[in-house]
Design a protein around this ligand. Structure first.
Ligand code: ZN
Ligand code: FE
Length: 256
């Protein structure tokens, strides 16, 4: 087992691409390469050679660099089996419950449909790292382009009970806008109020708010909290089924 070194690359308007490097073997994965140039430059600056691409889902801002990076490096592209037809250059198909090994670091794959019908997440437990693409965001979750609220809630439920120290390497800097919505449904959540003050300060300094930890998300992310009495009260659904509260919360965010 090996603890990955993780390097965050901000690209486009609000995407994060990650390099994950196994120090024991030198294997280096790009997670969701939206673009090519900045990713290649970042790897070069670190002195790392890209050996893998790990895709969470097919959207262009997650796979846009696949073919060029593969052509330049000969890397292996890993992606969701359920969405193989939409992942450019895919070599290895993985599915729920699979293990995928990068160098000496093991990951567990979770099938997490909702944002898209084929979305997966990679959990490197020994590195306290979850690469969850557009499924979970800091204080938010992905839009339901191809899935139902019930599917997305089931997907988030697979992730939400991982260890609290797990770092959430999501694919977008949406935190501040997500937090404003979160405050609208849980205005009296003191953890949320405190977190939002930190987030505002970081953004004022133009610093990333990602990664957060799963413990922080459980305390403040409304999409992990359909059982919160505060949230249930705001949306007028005290005691309702978590799926229904989640669905209502997601619908309100879409119109926020
Ligand atoms: Zn997406
Ligand atoms: Fe995205």
């Amino acid at each position: 087992m090996s603890r990955l070194e993780i390097h965050q690359i901000p690209v486009l308007s609000d995407n994060y691409v990650y390099l994950a490097h196994c120090p024991a073997t030198g294997d280096t994965a790009v997670i969701d390469p939206a673009v090519t140039g900045p990713v290649m430059d970042a790897a070069k600056a670190k002195g790392w050679t890209i050996t893998h691409i790990l895709n969470t889902h097919h959207h262009g801002d997650h796979t846009g660099g696949n073919l060029e990076i593969k052509a330049a490096t000969g890397c292996t592209i890993v992606g969701p089996k359920a969405d193989r037809a939409r992942i450019p250059g895919i070599d290895v198909e993985v599915d729920d419950g699979d293990s995928y090994r990068l160098g000496e670091a093991d990951s567990k794959v979770f099938f997490v449909p909702g944002h898209t019908r084929g979305h997966i997440a990679y959990w490197f437990g020994d590195s306290d790292a979850l690469f969850c693409g557009d499924t979970m965001f800091a204080m938010g979750c992905g839009r339901l382009f191809e899935g139902t609220p019930a599917q997305m809630w089931h997907s988030l439920s697979k992730l939400k009970d991982l260890p609290g120290e797990t770092r959430i390497f999501c694919a977008h800097e949406y935190t501040q806008a997500n937090g404003r919505f979160a405050l609208s449904v849980e205005p009296d959540n003191t953890d949320l109020v405190a977190r939002m003050a930190e987030v505002d300060a970081k953004r004022a300094r133009d610093e990333p708010t990602v990664p957060s930890t799963l413990a922080e998300e459980r305390a403040t992310n409304p999409f992990l909290r359909p059982d919160s009495p505060l949230l249930q009260k705001t949306v007028g659904m005290v005691g309702a089924d978590p799926v229904d509260v989640f669905a209502e919360t997601r619908a309100r965010k879409d119109n926020f």
